[in-house]
Structures are given as structure tokens and as C-alpha cells.
Ligand binder design. Sequence first.
Ligand code: BES
Ligand code: ZN
Length: 631
Amino acid sequence: MNRAALLVFAVLACSPTDDTVTDTTNQRPLPHDPHSYAQPDTARVTHVTLDLTPDFTAKRLRGTARLAIARTGKADSVILDIRDLTIKRVTTPGGDSLGFSIGAPKEFLGAPLSVALPARDSSARTQTDTIVIEYETAPTAAAVQWLSPQQTAGKKLPFLFTQGQAILTRTWVPTQDSPGIRQTYDATIHVPAGMRAVMSAENVGTANETDSAGLSVYRFHLKQPVPPYLFALAVGDIAFRPIGTNTGVYAEPSVVEQAATEFSEVDAMVAAAEKLYGPYRWGRYDILVLPPSFPFGGMENPMLTFATPTVLAGDRSLVSLVAHELAHSWSGNLVTNATWDDFWINEGFTSYIEARIMEELRGRPYADMLRVLGRQDLEKAMADLDSADTRLHLDLAGRDPDEGFSDVAYEKGSTFLQTIESVVGRQRLDQWLRSYFDRNAFQPMTSEWLVEDLRRNLLTPGEAARVDLDAWINRPGIPANAVAVRSDALAAVDSEVTRWNGGAAASALQTAKWSTHEWLHFLRALPDTVPTARLAELDARFRLSSSGNAEILGQWLLLAIKNRYEPAFPALARFLTSQGRRKFLTPLYTEMMKTPWGATMARDIYRRARPTYHSVATGTIDRVVQWPGGR
Ligand code: BES
Ligand code: ZN
């Protein structure tokens, strides 16, 4: 496509419904996405209108997706991504059938759905078309988890939620599922009386609307164009509590008060982020606390972060997770990795910003604890991964993007920005970041364009050489110039570790002022081998096996497995069967698999727990415990 055509095309690609939130002046040709069948250069989806009804008995979403498509001269068809969808019919808005064909499905990618477009007006250079796809999802749809009432806090009604990142949206919406292809969306969701639907969009329905079947109707609209991995839906017994005027929490009724208290600082977080990086461009910022099987800590769905209930520690000690998901409103949702090869551009920037927001709220010593713990995560990832996967820019063609997700993207990415900060100073970095988000708002980003932008708008040639951009982005390992991080609070914990290792009693440790992060550091710093009696002493003194803090409990249970500390095993089984956050599951199952007795225990727990986990978690843990039939 020539530049002029590209420009017309880019203009067509902005929101068809209202105000122009898309900056189209800077649109670059998209790089090829190996995880999508779409050919956006000839025909691309610009808007999606969903009308869906969940059937909780059949575990299927049924309805229609109406897609607005912008196409260039040559295109007589559009190619979409689908996986495990039943396509019943494709028509024009007027109801005329359109021809379609589905290619051979490939593992994790799904299949291309090619739809013939109606004959075009030959005088138009580009043209917008609308197609309507009638379809239903499979009960096994990887994005969707259908929860029984037993898996909810209320135990009365079922629940469902979706998780789109990275390439799972195609299992519930037939569209071009690539992070470089932004789309606005509308949705109408029909749910049983007594249930509420929420989405990553503005709620535009009227209260108490019902349809002819007596179902409650919820309506949504997202005017900002987003990649489809940010489409999200949840349905259940969901209550709402406001926090500020533009913020609030959704959760099951028995959880919503605690959630509102835990997240009371969210307005201060938004204010801090806006002060640093410019206006929050998404309207409201709400948080949905999901049932415990939610496979992630958080997911940055626009206007509505999805969060695990394991973040509700009761003392606000884990709310940096909210700062993280909020930060994605700039890094990720405004400026988005063009393909999953550059996932680090989403997560590395976000982890850097997360610490900056927490620094604004709680001060430097607090943020430094986060940074030191993050650096420990990075060291661990470096030790665990194949060298090629320790690069920031990855080549994931032919692999499930899920395989590229590690702490490298988060913590090496964040360390990269911390190192740039050490070279140019905080003020210049902040100024650049702010302008970077403005200049690239609603645009895709690649490592290459980022380097270009850094060279043009931030770094002098001398500074660029000192940072060594190529080493950071394209080479494995941690570059030697990585800026050091230090936390006085955690250094004080190290002294207690030394005393403990020297034989000091648990009761003699100076732990009175320790917060969650000091405890995490302490538990991580203990030797791998600890005598049973000493573990028992720690457990008796600090009640670690019954900790209500999921991070502390997870760290303690890891130590318990390493030392076959059996008194903690009931708590281990309870933890693994009562929540499904992959970050907690993976290290515990992995550690158990290292010994024959542990492997037996792992498989016994997993047999019971597996039916309660989301596909994202079983996809990983099947491999860890070599589950028959697993990947
Ligand atoms: N976007 C991620 C979650 C994600 C990553 C989903 C990759 C699918 C594929 C989210 O922002 C995230 O990073 N969550 C973290 C929490 C955070 C505090 C590091 C998590 O879930 O642990
Ligand atoms: Zn993230």
C-alpha cells in the first residue's frame, strides 16, 4: 500500500461512532504478526458489535458479532482469527448470506476464517463494510472460565469470566486477534435475572432493562480503539461499591466491602500516574475482584482491571498490583506491543511505572523494596530460562506466546528503564516518557521503533552508547551496566537472616516492624535446607502456615516443600485447591516434582484441583506435572 492509501486507511480505522480518540497522523505499517492470520494491509476490522447470551448449562456463549471492516482496492475478502468457535452463518446487515471458509486449525493459533465481502463500489478507494457472524463458543473455549456456584464466594449462582491476553480472544470473539489491530467495540449481553454483566468498556445500559425472554440486558461501549486481547466480560452475582467519583470496585457481595477498603488508595494512584505521565484517557477506572480461580494477579482490561482475590491481604500490602494494572492504561493500553515478540514493551514499562506510582504514594524506601524484590525475580528467571529467552525482544514465531512470558519482560524491562534513568536523570526520563505516551497514543510499538524514538527524543549519541541499547534489547543476560538497586529496610532483614543462620531463636528476631515485603525477603533469603525443628520454630512463632497473605504463604510453602516439612502440607493442599493464580501454582508444583514423594503429592493435589483451574493455569501445570493428555 502506498503512503496516501495508508493515510486514508488510517483515517477510516478510527472510531466510527464518535469523537476522534485515534491519532492517525503517526500510523506506521504494521509488522507481521506470526500469531494472527489477519491481513490488515488489505482488510481490517475497525469496530466490533457483540450481542451475546451466556448459557450456563451448556457452557456456551451464543449470538452475533457484527464487524465493521475497512478495506483497500484489491480486497474481496477479510480474514479473521477463530479458535473452537462454531460459525453458523455469515451475512450482510440486511441478512444476505456471505460465503465463508475455515482453514485447518493449528495448535494454539486456531484457524483462519475467510469471509467473502460484498461487491464493492468501484469508484471508492477504500470502503467500509459490515458483516454479521452468528456463532457460539465451545464449552472448552480457552478464554472463558465457567464457574459452578461452588467455586464462588456466594455459592448460589454460577459465574463466568474471560481472559483474552495473549491470543485467547479468538476463542470467544471472531475477529482479527492481533495486538496491532485496534478496534472499538459495543456489546449487548443478556443474563439471567439476579446476575450482572460487566465488561472492559463503558456501561451504557439503562437500569432494569429486560429482553423478550425475560433476561436482564446490559449494554456497553468502548470508544477508544483497543487490541482485542483487551476485550473482557464477566457475569455473576456482582455488586458495586464506589471508591471515588470515577473509581470503584465490583465483586461478589460478600467480598465487595473488603475490596473497597483494600483499594481505597486508587484515586491517589490515578492522580500520581497522571501527574507523571499525562491524562488518564479512559474515563472511569474500576476494579473487578474475581473468584479465586482467576489465573493472574491482575489483567489490565480497559476501564475495568480484573484482579485476583489473593490481593486482598487485609492490610493494603499487596496493592502495588493495582498500581501495575493502572500503569497499563499508559504502557500497554495506550502504547501497545505490535506483536507478542515485544511483550516486554508492555510489561517492562509497566513494572517501572508501578514502582514510580508506589513511590509517589508510599515513599522511596517502600518503592526500593519493590525494586529489590523485582531484581531477585530477575536473577531467578535468568537462572531458570534458556539463554535465548532472556532477551527482551523475542522471536516467538511457531511458539505459543505464553512460552515467552517470564519475569524477564517485567524485570529486565524495568531494569532497562531504571538504567536509562541513571544515565539521563529522572527528570529527562519522565519528560520523555510523557511525550512518548502522547506521541504514540493508540499506536502499536516495536523494539525497533522504540530505539528510534529513544535516539531521536531522549538520548545523545554518547548516552545511547553508555546505555548500550542493543545489549539490553537483543542480547541475553543482564548487561553489566544494569543500575544497582538497594533497600535499607531489606538490608536490615539480611542482618536478621544472618543472626538466624547463626542460631538465634525465632523469638529473638527483630520482626515487629516487618511488612509483607520484609517477610518475603526474609523467607527468600533463608537457606534451601533448614532442619525441621527450626521450621517448626518459625511456624509456631509466626503462624506462617496459616498466613492470610497469599504472597507470604506461597513463599513459606515453597520452603516447606524443599524441606519436606510435613506439618505445612495440609495448608499446601488447601492453598492449591482454593485459588488458581498461576504465579502461585507454578513454583509450588515445580518444586514438588523434584522428588518422587513430592511428585505423588503434586499429582494427587492436582487431580482434585485441576477441574477448578482456568485453562491458562492447566496449560502450564499440565506440563509441570506431566499430566496425561496435557500439552
Ligand atoms: N497483562 C498481565 C497479565 C498477563 C500477562 C496475562 C501475560 C496474559 C499473558 C498483567 O498486567 C500482569 O502483569 N499481572 C501480574 C501482576 C503484576 C503485579 C506483576 C500477575 O498476574 O501476576
Ligand atoms: Zn502487566
